[in-house]
Design a protein. Structure first.
Length: 283
């Protein structure tokens, strides 16, 4: 857990330094200030309304204890054990097995599972998934995600601005060829850092969630089933679902071609291997 947090801090620091260097190269402080303002506005909205955006994208609705007594019991037990408030529970009618959590802090937390998840997993596996999702909330991953998103947006904006406001080859600005290069490489650099942070968060939540439930192998089993179910029933890759996909426990899309290369989720095989090592499992 400590190493994941340290890697996250280092990645955010590196991206922040890159923003300063690119801003100075493009045109001094003016471009940086403009990019910062745009990024902060956009990501402040995402931070405060990420739960509504994600729930709407998945067509989720609040679920009652009468409808899902097992789910409520699991969440209540784990919340009590963690000495945290019980989150609101939602269910998406999606048949693909998946789950996500969102919320600025434990008092504003939401845990959402799909209909397909409740039909696929047994109680031990479902408990493992809920432990993972609650860990995202307790680890303040929404805050980390928002900061990473803000920084990624800044570097992307600076890259585009270099094309329109950069100087010529004889000026102090980046010049046309340099601007085009930055337009191409800037978003890729930001995306790669954001992807690395997202993967680190998943490993972190796997570990802390397994410690919360005390059953790493149950989560490992759940991850295998979820991956197979997501492959059989991939969600359409539209913009509304893409806004929530990084929150889900598994990649909800088909993951073919470039989609697999730039996935924000680590491989299920690697996650399972780590969980098995936690349990002292030997093949």
């Amino acid at each position: 857990m400590h190493h994941n947090g340290l890697r996250t801090a280092l990645l955010l620091g590196l991206l922040s330094a890159l923003i300063v260097m690119v801003g100075a190269w493009v045109g001094g402080g003016t471009g940086v200030l403009f990019a910062v303002a745009v990024a902060l506005v956009g990501n402040t909205v995402a931070y405060f309304f990420s739960d509504r955006i994600a729930l709407s994208a998945m067509r989720a609705r609040p679920v009652s204890e009468v409808e899902q007594p097992t789910l409520y019991r699991i969440v209540r037990e784990l919340s009590t054990e963690s000495r945290q408030p019980m989150p609101r529970l939602y269910m998406s009618p999606t048949v693909q097995p998946n789950a996500f959590a969102t919320g600025r802090n434990p008092r504003n937390a939401v845990v959402c599972v799909t209909y397909g998840l409740t039909k696929l997993l047994d109680e031990r596996e479902l408990r493992g998934v809920i432990g993972h999702e609650l860990s995202h909330v307790y680890n303040r991953d929404i805050l980390i995600s928002s900061v990473a998103g803000a920084l990624a947006t800044m570097i992307t904006w600076l890259s585009y601005m270099s094309v329109f406001f950069g100087g010529s080859d004889d000026d102090e600005g980046p010049g046309f060829l340099g601007a085009v290069l930055m337009m191409l490489l800037g978003p890729v650099a930001a995306g790669m850092v954001h992807m690395a942070i997202s993967r680190s968060r998943e490993f972190h939540a796997d570990e802390s969630g397994a410690r919360l439930t005390g059953e790493p192998l149950a989560l490992a089993s759940a991850l295998r089933k979820i991956e197979m179910g997501a492959r059989r029933l991939p969600l359409p890759e539209n913009s509304r679902l893409a806004s929530a996909s990084h929150m889900m426990i598994a990649n909800p899309f088909s993951g073919s071609g470039l989609g697999r290369m730039f996935s924000t989720h680590p491989s299920t095989a690697e996650r399972v291997a780590r969980l098995e090592r936690m349990a002292g499992y030997r093949r």
